[in-house]
Each structure stands twice: as structure tokens, then as C-alpha cells.
Design a protein around this ligand. Structure first.
Ligand SMILES: CCCCC/C=C\C/C=C\C/C=C\C/C=C\CCCC(=O)SCCNC(=O)CCNC(=O)[C@H](O)C(C)(C)COP(=O)(O)OP(=O)(O)OC[C@H]1O[C@@H](n2cnc3c(N)ncnc32)[C@H](O)[C@@H]1OP(=O)(O)O
Length: 205
């Protein structure tokens, strides 16, 4: 069964996007609110009841739409949504928008979230480019934070494979706000030893 068939089974369509997107909205609001004690007790009960209702629909790992979130750009409770606009064998680019739930200091993105975004964006790109059958593992991810990254507006994100040496893929990536470089990453992704990059032809040593 392909990933697409598995997610088709789960109706990963506009209804799922609405469902997951509305949860993102809840996360944003939780991050911004300071409810008084009376409202907090009621909300705690509501959240517990909601969790129990969602738990009624638990499924195995391969049938979870969140399992494919990075591949389809679906909203996810933790990941940062992005869109890929151009995708080649050695480079990719698109836009990313961090939400209020990703805020560290006021109106700027928490640094750890930026690292996570790079890990997901680069990891998915490496998997698409070098072979979807293999699951690239992050060996290292070095992030340089060059200027504060704003929440709530589209930023550009891009990555390219600098070189492939055997099982090792060296990748560079960046997030920019217009002309301003917000953060850049230098990463090494390693293909597991029992696999080899299926799509590596022409990119290697
Ligand atoms: C939060 C919500 C998430 C929801 C997920 C939703 C959707 C996503 C679904 C699916 C994911 C699909 C795609 C991927 C998407 C995102 C990417 C995420 C990827 C990760 O998030 S993955 C977790 C973090 N990641 C690890 O958990 C790795 C732990 N680790 C290991 O698994 C091993 O450590 C490994 C495999 C790295 C290497 O082990 P190994 O035994 O295969 O090979 P070995 O050690 O021999 O290294 C081979 C050559 O790499 C060089 N090398 C190795 N490490 C190096 C380093 N740090 N610095 C410099 N060089 C290094 C050696 O020096 C040698 O080089 P040489 O060949 O030249 O001698």
C-alpha cells in the first residue's frame, strides 16, 4: 500500500485540513490567553472531554494522517506548515508561515521551532530527492540564527544538496524574510546502512 493510498483511506482532504487547522487555531489561542480561574476549570474539563472524544478514533501508526504530514503539507499539531513551490533534484524552495503557537519572544519565532522546521523541510526534501523508499536520518543539524524570525507572515525557505558522499548527504538551507536572512542550516543526513539512496544517480561522489 502506498502512502497516498493509506491517506486516501483516512480522507485526508479538505475535511481533515479543517479539522487539524482548527486545532492549530486552538493552540494559538491557548498560547495567547490567561483565563481567570473560573473559566480555566471549565476549559480544563472541556479539553479533557475533547481529548477523550478524539481518542475514540485512535488508529495504528501507518493509518495516522499526521504520519504523512510532512509529505502533504497537512496541518500538524507540532510541525510548521510550509508549501513547496519549486522542487528539483538538488534544490527546493517554498514558503513557510510560523503561527502564534510558535512564538518565543513577542512576535518572533522560538529558536527550537526553527530547527524543527529545518529538520522536517530538509528531511522531506532529501527523502523526495534521493529516494522516498529510504528514510533519511539527521546526523547533525547546525542552525545559525542571523536575525529574529517573525511570526504570522509568509517567509521564503529553500534548501539544496551541497554534496552526496556514499550514504551521506550534506544539505544547506535558509529562511528569509524578504531580503533579510533569518536563519541558515548546515545539515548531514545519513541513509541507513541497509539501504542506499535510490535516487542518487548523478548526484554522488
Ligand atoms: C514532531 C512531530 C513529527 C511528526 C512526523 C510527521 C511526519 C513525518 C513522517 C515521516 C518522516 C519522513 C521523512 C523525514 C522527515 C523529516 C526528517 C526527520 C529526520 C529525523 O529527525 S531522524 C531522528 C533524529 N536522528 C537520529 O535519531 C539519528 C540517530 N543516529 C543514527 O541513527 C546513526 O548515528 C546514523 C544513522 C546517523 C549513522 O549511523 P550508521 O551506523 O548508519 O553509520 P556511521 O556511524 O558509520 O556513519 C556513517 C557516516 O556518517 C558519518 N557521521 C555520522 N554521524 C555524524 C555526525 N554527527 N557528524 C559527522 N559525521 C557523521 C560517519 O563518520 C560516517 O562517515 P564515513 O562513511 O565517511 O566514515
Amino acid at each position: 500500500m502506498t502512502a497516498a493510498e493509506r491517506v486516501d483511506d483516512q480522507h485526508v482532504d479538505d475535511r481533515y485540513l479543517d479539522y487539524a487547522g482548527s486545532f492549530n487555531r486552538l493552540e494559538d489561542e491557548v498560547c495567547l490567553a490567561a483565563p481567570p480561574e473560573s473559566a480555566m476549570s471549565e476549559l480544563t474539563a472541556d479539553f479533557s472531554a475533547l481529548a477523550a472524544r478524539v481518542a475514540e478514533h485512535r488508529v495504528d501508526y501507518d493509518r495516522r494522517p499526521t504520519r504523512y504530514a510532512g509529505m502533504s503539507g497537512l496541518p500538524h499539531p507540532i510541525l510548521v506548515p510550509y508549501e513547496v513551490h519549486e522542487d528539483g533534484p538538488t534544490s527546493t524552495s517554498g514558503t513557510v508561515e510560523f503561527g502564534l503557537r510558535h512564538m518565543g519572544n513577542e512576535n518572533v519565532v522560538h529558536g527550537g521551532i526553527i530547527s524543527m522546521m529545518f529538520d522536517d523541510f530538509i528531511g522531506m526534501f532529501v527523502s523526495r530527492s534521493l529516494g522516498s523508499g529510504s528514510s533519511a536520518r539527521t546526523a547533525y543539524l547546525n542552525v545559525d540564527y542571523r536575525s529574529m524570525t517573525p511570526v504570522g507572515r509568509p517567509l521564503s525557505v529553500s534548501a539544496e544538496i551541497a554534496s552526496v558522499q556514499g550514504r551521506k548527504a550534506f544539505v544547506e538551507a535558509r529562511i528569509c524574510d524578504g531580503e533579510t536572512l533569518c536563519a541558515e542550516a548546515h545539515a548531514l543526513f545519513v541513509c541507513p546502512a541497509d539501504q542506499m539512496w535510490p535516487g542518487v544517480a548523478g548526484l554522488g561522489d
